[in-house]
Design a protein around this ligand. Structure first.
Ligand code: ADP
Length: 758
């Protein structure tokens, strides 16, 4: 199964998650930056709009107030004598307290020479204001007392009769207005109607009233025609608060200065009345504007306040950043997880591959040193940087495989190992695994571990220079006996062995141990076979000589007994001779077997008639069984080239087997066949037959069918082995067909063509 299929190939690159992180972070920062710029631009625009709107309100409001004064001045222009009462009615109609916030009232000032003061006082008192006085008592030659002021509340009443020429600021403004023939605003003043509980900056606007009702053309003529002034005192705070009063929570604050921006010129500071504490806040935007009213220039400082910021999208900026950071983080974690999953899948696949391949290689050959070396090499391809295999050999540890990518390093490590073999007394590492048979896993090799594992300072320095980061050692065990160990070392920080790697290493170690065990068992059995063959070879040789001389003496004794006429003893010797013959055949068979093994079976080739040989063998074997009738059918004309005795030996073997393995039958058929190139002899019996599962093996050396039934038949299991060898060496084939319980047909086919034996 290809596990990689489940993850996108791009995500198998380790740098991709970091790229995603940096990329998304960059996008977040850019977005934040642009969102910041955008909101700042929007806010600035919003601020400008508010400033412009407020500026407009200022102009409109003050223009309305001036128009109000102009209307009032019209009253005096229309009639030469306006009574106190008429004035009161007029002002009352205007309903100024409600309609025009900030106006303290509307008054009328009459300009009179000092000499006429008394007359004026009298006439005003006559109009009903009984306590009317001009004050201060001392004034200039020309006096400008307030004659009327409406609404005549308690405060305005104080102002009544006040000679405004006695005060330079007012006087200056009045003269200016008189000269110019239009409204003039005074500098900042302290109003006479000052409220002790609520002191506010004040100013006045004067509008000249000329005798005759029209404005004379020149300043001098205007001064000459000047009758008085219509004027209004203003409380700056009340007036200017009224301007933004319509807005529920104004988003800006402003300070109004009469003239330059100086503390002493401050007319109004809206922050004093707003809900916000100005100390802890620094405005995001600030602007200075000037405004011309009735000949004076006010400077207005506008600044944003907290309400402005609350209405701003500026909070979006950190939000964008936080959102961006979160998204980057999530994407990073996701892509990292994807990468990890892909890597794990790839690793698992590689590990499975390692196990499968290693298993195949270990099973492929009995040369375990070579296969284990290959498995160690595969180890460095799949899991580690170093892979070594050690086997216990008596008191020592034998390094049988060592793999690393760099051949130079292998050479160096082997040399080092030969100079410093592992110390078996060690409490950790290889020696410990070999002693306990328990695997050891050091996922993270620390400096302290290296130091405690090293026997000398030199060893420690060496281990350090190798950069050993992770180690695992797994035992090679056969039936609980530890025969060696496999060591895996990682020299890379990002490749650390885990329980998963350990499980794989153990699986492979188990297979390696099995391969070693198989090789050992095979070697042992090979040795046993070799010993047996040697024994047979020696024994048959040793037996042959005494049996030959035994036979010789038997024949001599037989002759002697026959001469003496002792026929009883002679027939006993004849039986003895038959047994000795059997013994000779057995020994000769054994000799043949060991000759075949050594490749020394001899052949004496000649042209001979197979049909005749069959006939001779039948004649010699037939007497051994009284029960069986042997029937020959077919003929072979052609003589063939080969060893007549050996072919006879094969036929004897087939025929004696046919008799031996058909104890309940009474017939054996021999078929002789001949075709263009071959001759063949088939021996058929009607006996016990051979089970299919044994048929392939009966030509093997010492193979005997060992089923209960067959066990009762004597034999060594070498007759067919020898026959097979003889027929094969003649260039022919020995074959068998058989059915259990029904009988067998053994036969051979020989080529007619003369064989060149090597
Ligand atoms: P053996 O000395 O045991 O007969 P062979 O090599 O001649 O040795 O035969 C091998 C085995 O083949 C025998 O043990 C026997 O089980 C089987 N065998 C050989 N010939 C026959 C046969 N004609 N019928 C049944 N089994 C046979």
């Amino acid at each position: 199964m290809n596990l990689r299929r489940f993850s996108s190939p791009l995500l198998q690159k380790a740098w991709i998650p970091y790229f995603i992180l940096i990329f998304t972070l960059a996008i977040s920062v850019f977005t934040m930056y642009f969102a910041g710029v955008e909101t700042r631009q929007n806010d600035e625009l919003r601020f400008r709009n508010i400033v412009e709107r407020t500026q407009g309100s200022f102009s409109n409001q003050l223009a309305t107030y001036i128009a109000l004064l102009e209307g009032t001045s019209g009253l005096f222009a229309a009639s030469t004598s306006v009574t106190n009462n008429e004035f009161a009615v007029y002002v009352d109609r205007l309903n100024i307290r409600q309609q025009y916030p900030g106006i303290q009232g509307i008054g009328y000032v009459l300009l009179i020479p000092e000499t006429q003061t008394y007359a004026l006082v009298e006439s005003v008192q006559a109009e009903g204001i009984s306590n009317y006085q001009i004050w201060p008592e001392e004034g200039m030659t020309e006096r400008a007392p307030i004659v009327y002021i409406e609404p005549l509340d308690e405060k305005n009443r104080i102002a009544l009769g006040y000679d405004m020429f006695t005060e330079p600021i007012r006087r200056e403004a009045m003269l200016k207005a008189a000269r110019e023939g239009g409204p003039v605003m005074s500098q900042k003043v302290k109003l006479v109607q000052q409220d002790a509980n609520d002191p506010q900056a004040g100013f006045l606007i004067f509008l000249p009233v000329y005798r005759g009702g029209i404005i004379p053309p020149t300043p001098d003529a205007r001064l000459a025609q000047l009758q008085g002034f219509v004027y209004s005192p203003f409380r700056a705070d009340d007036l200017l608060r009224g301007i933004l009063g319509a807005e529920k929570s104004p988003q800006i604050d402003f300070r109004v200065y009469d003239g330059e921006v100086k503390d002493e010129n401050l007319l109004h500071d809206s922050q004093r009345f707003g809900p916000f504490s100005p100390q802890s806040y620094s405005p995001r935007f600030r602007d200075f504007q000037s405004i011309e009213i009735a000949g004076r220039t006010w400077t207005i400082e506008y600044m944003t306040n907290e309400a402005f910021d609350a209405a701003s999208d500026v909070w979006l900026v950190p939000f964008v950043l936080i959102f961006g950071l979160l998204t980057s983080g999530v994407l990073f974690i996701l892509s990292q997880a994807q990468y990890e999953a892909g890597r794990m899948a790839e690793e698992s696949e590689s590990n499975l591959h390692y196990i499968a391949e290693a298993g195949k290689i270990l099973a492929s050959s009995l040369d375990y040193k070579r296969t284990i070396a290959t498995v160690a090499k595969m180890g460095i391809k799949h899991m580690a940087d170093w892979c070594s295999v050690d086997l216990i050999k008596g008191e020592n540890v034998d390094l049988i495989a060592l793999a690393h990518r760099d051949q130079e390093k292998i050479k160096w490590a082997k040399k080092y190992r030969s100079q410093r073999p592992p110390v078996m007394a060690s409490k950790s590492g290889l020696a410990q695994v070999l002693k306990t048979g328990k695997a050891e896993l050091y996922t993270k090799v620390t400096d302290r571990m290296l130091r405690s594992a090293a026997d000398t300072e030199e060893d420690y320095q060496l281990a350090k220079s190798l950069g050993i980061h992770s180690v695992m050692i797994v035992p090679l065990k056969i039936h609980r006996r530890t025969i060696g160990a496999m060591t895996y070392i990682s020299g890379k920080k990002n490749r650390r062995f885990t329980q998963m790697h350990l499980a794989i290493a153990e699986e492979i170690a188990q297979r390696a141990a099995m391969a070693i065990e198989h090789a050992r068992l095979f070697q042992e059995s090979e040795q046993a076979v070799q010993m047996r063959d040697n024994f047979i070879s020696v024994a048959s040789h040793e037996l042959k000589t005494p049996v030959t001389s035994l036979k010789m003496y038997l024949q001599v004794m037989q002759k002697q007994l026959r001469k003496k006429g002792e026929y009883d003893l002679e027939s006993a010797l004849t039986k003895m001779d038959a047994q000795v013959n059997k013994l000779t055949n057995l020994i000769s068979d054994l000799l043949n077997v060991s000759r075949i093994q050594l490749g020394r079976l001899e052949f004496h080739d000649e042209y001979f008639s197979v049909a005749n040989t069959v006939q001779e063998v039948v004649e010699s074997v037939a007497p051994t069984s009284k029960k069986h009738k042997i029937h020959i059918s077919g003929t072979i004309q052609k003589k063939i080239y080969g060893d007549r005795d050996r072919i006879g030996q094969v036929l004897t073997n087939l025929l004696t087997n046919a008799i031996k393995y058909s104890p309940h039958a009474d017939q054996i058929d021999i078929f002789l066949l001949e075709d263009k190139d071959t001759v063949s002899v088939q021996v058929r019996d009607y006996g016990i037959g051979i089970d299919e599962k044994h048929i392939g093996k009966i030509f093997n050396r010492f193979y005997r069918v060992s089923d209960t039934n067959e066990k009762t038949f004597p034999g060594l299991g070498i007759g067919l082995f020898i026959s097979h060898e003889i027929i094969t060496r003649h260039g022919g084939t020995l074959s068998v067909t058989s059915e259990k319980g029904k009988g067998s047909t053994f036969g051979f086919v020989l080529p007619k063509k003369k064989l060149r034996r090597s």
